[in-house]
Design a binder for this molecule. Structure first.
Ligand code: KIV
Length: 286
């Protein structure tokens, strides 16, 4: 099914079909209902309610302050705005690292209250048992590997991942382990393209074989190279709303400038006392 054709509901099964057919798919971050409905109209069928909302919506300097109630609320809003889209919900920092039972309860809230299709966790190999329990409990998991922004305090800043052969091999091994543990999808952030090519190659049989419709594991890249099945960037970067964009997410719009222009017209209109002088819509009846 081509991405542009009208489809009832985009699910994990739809994504597996796209992977099987070799049809790449675009994903964008989204944090509210209105924008979700516009993105759907633009043909974007997969949306990530990312914890980058802490930065782009709330103005924090990292993703760490995103909370469960906030992420749940905006996930449900995005679902209401694009009822047929595939919605991926980010589990915020602290919501899945404090014990498996707690993590499973929180993940289930994203599926039930947020009406997300999948939950995304930033993980390394030590999370394999949690990934296994989540997926056997009925929660499809996206394993976010490569650069992991929730590690910012540990790393002392943001760095791209897989810089050396040894690091790249480690990411590939982690991907394999997490897929074996039951991860339904992978999201690879900021790595050299060799890392994603190798992961995609390793999944090739599974992703094109007779059971691919049931078992394919879509690989989404966020600055991870062309081989990925899907590609995600932050909406504010695409729209030209952010003050800085990563090198793989050049702006394709100038919405920030549009807002500035509209705002300055409004300021002039009111300050010059021309607003509603002749155009006020309400009149006395008698
Ligand atoms: O939170 C987010 O927006 C993300 C993407 C940058 C992949 O995780």
């Amino acid at each position: 099914m081509p991405i542009s054709s009208p489809s009832p509901r985009v699910t994990l099964r739809t994504l597996r079909q796209w992977v099987k057919q070799g049809q790449p798919f675009p994903m964008l971050t989204c944090y509210d209902a209105t924008t979700a409905s516009w993105l759907w109209r633009g043909g974007v069928r997969t949306l990530l309610v990312g914890d980058t909302a802490a930065q782009f919506i709330l103005g924090h300097d990292s993703t760490l302050p995103a909370t469960m109630p906030f992420m749940l609320e905006i996930t449900a809003a995005v679902r209401r705005g694009a009822p047929d889209a595939f919605v991926m919900a980010d589990m915020p920092f602290g919501s899945y690292q404090c014990g498996e039972d707690d993590a499973i309860r929180n993940a289930m809230r994203f599926v039930v209250e947020g009406r997300a299709d999948v939950v995304k966790l930033e993980v390394d190999a030590s999370f394999a048992p949690l990934v296994r329990r989540l997926s056997s409990s009925g929660v499809p998991v996206v394993a976010h590997i490569g650069s992991r922004p929730q590690q910012v305090r540990v790393k002392g800043g943001y760095v791209h991942a897989g810089r050396t052969r040894a690091e790249a091999d480690e990411i590939v091994r982690t991907a394999t382990l997490l897929v074996e543990a039951g991860a339904s999808m992978l999201l690879i952030e900021a790595t050299p393209s060799e890392v994603s090519s190798e992961i995609v190659n390793r999944l090739q049989d599974r992703n094109t074989g007779p059971d691919a419709g049931k078992n394919a594991v879509p690989v989404i890249g966020c600055g991870a190279g062309a081989a990925c099945h899907g590609h995600v960037i932050v909406l504010h970067d695409l729209l030209g709303l952010s003050s800085w964009q990563p090198p793989f997410a050049a702006p394709m719009g100038a919405v920030g400038t549009n807002i500035e222009e509209a705002a300055s017209k409004w300021v002039k209109l009111v300050e010059s006392r021309r607003y509603l002088t002749d155009t006020h819509p309400y009149k006395l009846d008698g």
